[in-house]
Design a protein around this ligand. Structure first.
Ligand code: ADP
Ligand code: ZN
Length: 210
């Protein structure tokens, strides 16, 4: 299954992507995680991306398209994959088409803007491995500490309330038109993001018939 997850920042794409990944044994490809990893490692791509990411803007299309092209060529993508955070613009979606990749389904997780803003303030990320948590909805076993690597959990710089509003604006302007793009191809399915992760997961599995 070749799947795209669409949704506003903080809609819960990453969380549901992990659930689908476990169920179907296919990898999650998160451009956000790949970019943050390069920023942490100070690679050339990372330093190019940093100013955009910190300001809540999109990284230029050609940069992310390059990342995805390389990543999808990996052997672990042979039996399918879940794209989380890509495509985010129409040109990115067209680039995917041009790579000859036939997407099976696009799942949009819809959550109202007001809920997003409230949620993001509770989101925490591991400084070291990039695992994400939420103070209310996805707690770590020990508060403030990553379950996987024991490192500190922090608020992502781009999750600060001012930046979240900018990112929502970018989402409505540039990413939301992808719903129409994929609906026109008959590929779009939609679920409503729920308060509880497990309810969203149930709705997600039902929508995907898995
Ligand atoms: P979110 O929590 O908003 O889903 P991500 O972790 O997916 O955030 O992405 C964080 C940031 O990384 C974005 O705000 C953007 O700057 C950059 N980014 C990630 N994916 C893309 C993409 N496909 N195109 C452009 N920029 C991207
Ligand atoms: Zn960690």
């Amino acid at each position: 299954m070749k799947l795209i997850l669409l949704g506003a920042p903080g809609a819960g794409k990453g969380t549901q992507a992990e659930k689908i990944s476990e169920k179907l044994s296919i990898p999650v490809i998160s451009t956000g995680n790949i970019i943050r990893e390069s920023m942490k490692n100070g690679t050339e791509m990372g330093s190019k991306a940093k100013s955009y990411v910190d300001a809540g803007k999109l990284v230029p299309d050609e940069v992310v398209i390059g990342i995805i092209r390389e990543r999808l060529a990996n052997k672990d993508c042979e039996n399918g994959f879940i794209l989380d955070g890509f495509p985010r613009t129409i040109p990115q979606a067209e680039a995917l088409d041009n790579m000859g990749i036939e997407i099976d389904t696009v799942l949009s997780i819809d959550v109202e803007d007001e809920k997003i803003v409230a949620r993001m303030s509770g989101r925490r990320v591991c400084l070291d491995c990039g695992a994400t948590y939420h103070l209310e909805y996805k707690k770590s076993k020990v508060e403030g500490i990553c379950d996987f690597c024991g490192k500190e959990l922090v608020l992502r710089k781009d999750d600060a309330p001012e930046t979240v509003l900018d990112r929502l604006h970018v989402y409505h302007e540039q990413t939301e038109p992808l719903k129409e793009f994929y609906a026109a191809k008959g590929k779009l399915r939609t679920v409503k993001g729920c308060e509880e992760v497990k309810d969203t997961t149930a709705a997600t599995f039902a929508a995907l018939e898995i």
